[in-house]
Design a protein around this ligand. Structure first.
Ligand SMILES: NC(=O)C1=CN([C@@H]2O[C@H](COP(=O)(O)OP(=O)(O)OC[C@H]3O[C@@H](n4cnc5c(N)ncnc54)[C@H](OP(=O)(O)O)[C@@H]3O)[C@@H](O)[C@H]2O)[C@@H](O)CC1
Ligand SMILES: Nc1ncnc2c1ncn2[C@@H]1O[C@H](COP(=O)(O)OP(=O)(O)O)[C@@H](O)[C@H]1O
Ligand SMILES: [K+]
Length: 517
């Protein structure tokens, strides 16, 4: 057992792959052995996490996840005076291994309560063994009440395998089905699906852990999974050989920026970046030039030798005393073959007029914000992107979920969030370039590349302009010679890391992020 994200290499398997690993491991082991190992591991983990708990409440569900909880109860009962087990299930419908675990628990004298413990205090422990990777709809009724109680209690919480009700593949909480009990999987929203309106608020004193078995699960690392999972531990249950035999689909992003370090390097050798955007509307007295300044500052602090600014807003000053290193120049006066262009930051519709030239002339391109919105509405640009791919020119797109929805022709951001992993792959297929799908658990994918999940960063990045900073940073790394996919991965990781390192009591602004890259 180890802390999942502390391992030198951390990978995630799809749920289908995990099922395959489970089946092949079980075929080689005596019946119930894997579940017994899971129970033992869980009991050990529980005592390590909450050694002074007065009460340990294990809530067991109707499938094998509940079986893990019962196996753990058998051990914990021997070692702890107050273990309360509640069980939500039907003996006749229990899978055979979970049934054996239930019978063994009864034989061992585990007592089953009808209700959860009366009071849950700080230091006590709740164990959520209600649903695992077999969850196919939102928990309702009593099961939902128990979950809300556990998630809002001041006590510590261990989710067994995955937090119950979370789609372990996509990282979304499974929605309530409005009409009847239609099943759904892998975040595919079926007609009639209602959002879960009963999300509980985490108690500030609660420490959350997930002890996951056999394989890393992508849904723990993106979307709503990160908050629900807490600190993730992985126990392969002795099935490492079978785990290694199955190809993982996702790799935890560990990439680091590579910058020019030669002693004799001059500014021309460190790469040129041009930031294109910053539209204005004189009639409305609007200007988005600041978005370009942020991207430009990020490109400078990200190591680019020279950073040019092509501002669309004719009224915006061509000088910024806060960042005097930025040079204001039209793209017409630059050799676009030799610069990396970061296009779209605060670009408005006006950026559309420059895009065709940038697409045909510029070998290294980062598309953000309004540049993405232009691409979403113009099929000819899609063809140009495919042409770029054939030429071996490098393009990175950095959509947030709403921009991704526009690019994919989806109704809204929620449709993308419902299955971020699928969305990012689809974007790569359609646009044949590197795609960074931003948000909690940013995803990075590219043609023929292993998909990466980023685990740095936090909601302090949810402030205007941090996306511009990321785009400028990616451009700077590409300008310094990193291939597009590596540059995107490295920039996303470091950008998030800045937010993780920032002192908790101080507000983080986008410019702060740029200055610390
Ligand atoms: N086998 C082994 O040796 C090992 C197994 N392992 C463990 O097994 C877990 C997977 O087990 P699993 O496949 O039984 O799935 P799990 O999530 O426990 O239950 C699904 C059941 O719940 C039901 N159901 C679904 N949603 C529901 C809802 N909202 N509300 C109410 N009911 C709902 C659904 O039935 P349905 O009602 O849809 O017919 C189904 O019967 C895995 O996560 C890991 O913990 C590991 O220890 C390794 C060793
Ligand atoms: N909760 C969060 N956890 C991690 N990263 C986040 C979170 N919220 C936002 N971010 C990051 O902050 C950046 C916001 O980008 P974006 O939405 O384009 O903002 P803007 O357009 O204002 O620059 C992205 O890199 C995104 O991944
Ligand atoms: K669980």
């Amino acid at each position: 057992m180890h802390r999942f994200l502390s391992a030198p290499v951390a990978v995630c398997h799809s749920i289908e792959a995990t099922r395959l690993i489970e089946a092949t491991a079980m075929a080689d082991l005596p019946p119930r052995a894997l579940m017994q190992r899971a129970g033992q591991s869980l009991a050990r983990f529980a005592l390590a996490v909450a050694p002074h708990a007065r009460t340990i409440w294990i809530a067991c569900g109707p499938g094998n996840n509940g079986g893990d909880g019962m196996e753990a109860a058998i051990h914990l009962r021997r070692l702890h005076p107050n273990v309360v087990v509640t069980w939500f299930g039907d003996m006749r419908q229990l899978p055979s291994e979970a049934k054996q675990a239930l019978e063994a628990a009864m034989e061992a004298g585990v007592t089953f309560a009808i209700q959860p413990p009366d009071s849950l205090r700080p230091g006590d422990l709740c164990i959520d063994a209600l649903l695992g990777i077999g969850a196919n709809r939102a928990p309702k009724g009593k099961m939902n009440e128990w979950l809300q109680l556990m998630r809002s209690a001041p006590s510590d919480l261990i989710s067994v395998d995955v937090p119950s009700g979370l789609d372990a593949e996509s990282g979304v909480l499974l929605p309530n089905m409005g009409f009847g009990e239609t099943t759904m999987m892998a975040g595919i929203l079926l007609p009639g699906a209602l959002p879960d309106i009963t999300r509980s608020v985490k108690h500030p004193q609660q420490r959350r852990y997930t002890l996951t078995f056999l394989s890393g699960k992508p849904g723990l690392l993106t979307g709503e999974g990160i908050d629900l999972a807490g600190e993730i531990w992985l126990d392969p249950l002795g099935a490492e050989t079978w785990v290694r035999a199955v190809q993982p689909e996702w790799t935890v992003n560990r990439s680091k920026p590579k910058r020019v370090v030669d002693h004799h390097a001059h500014k021309g050798a460190r790469g040129d970046v041009v930031i294109v955007g910053g539209a204005g509307d004189a009639q409305k007295d609007h200007s988005m030039a600041g978005a370009c300044t942020l991207a430009g500052a990020a490109a400078l602090h990200g190591g680019a030798g020279r950073v040019y600014m092509h501002l669309l807003d004719a009224r915006a000053p061509r000088n910024n005393p806060l960042q005097p290193e930025l040079m204001y120049r039209s793209i017409r006066d630059l050799d676009l073959q030799k610069v990396t262009a970061v296009c779209g930051c605060g670009g408005g519709d006006a950026v559309g007029t420059l895009i065709p030239d940038l697409f045909t002339d510029c070998k290294q391109l980062v598309l953000d914000a309004d540049a993405l919105n232009v691409v979403a509405t113009d099929a000819a640009l899609r063809t140009l992107l495919q042409y770029r791919a054939q030429m071996g020119w490098q393009t990175v797109m950095t959509p947030h979920p709403l921009e991704a929805a526009r690019l994919l022709g989806r109704k809204d951001a929620a449709e993308v969030q419902a299955n971020r992993l699928q969305a990012v792959r689809e974007l790569v297929d359609v646009f044949e370039c590197v795609v960074v799908l931003k948000g909690s658990g940013t995803l990075i994918a590219g043609p023929g590349m292993p998909c990466h999940i980023n685990v740095t960063g936090n909601s302090r990045l949810a402030t205007a302009g941090t996306g511009d900073v990321l785009a400028g940073f990616i451009g700077a790394l590409m300008a310094q010679g990193m291939p597009a996919f590596e540059a995107a991965c490295a920039a996303v990781r470091r950008h998030g890391e800045v937010a993780d390192e920032w002192p908790t009591a101080t507000q983080l602004t986008a410019l702060d992020v740029a200055h610390r890259l």
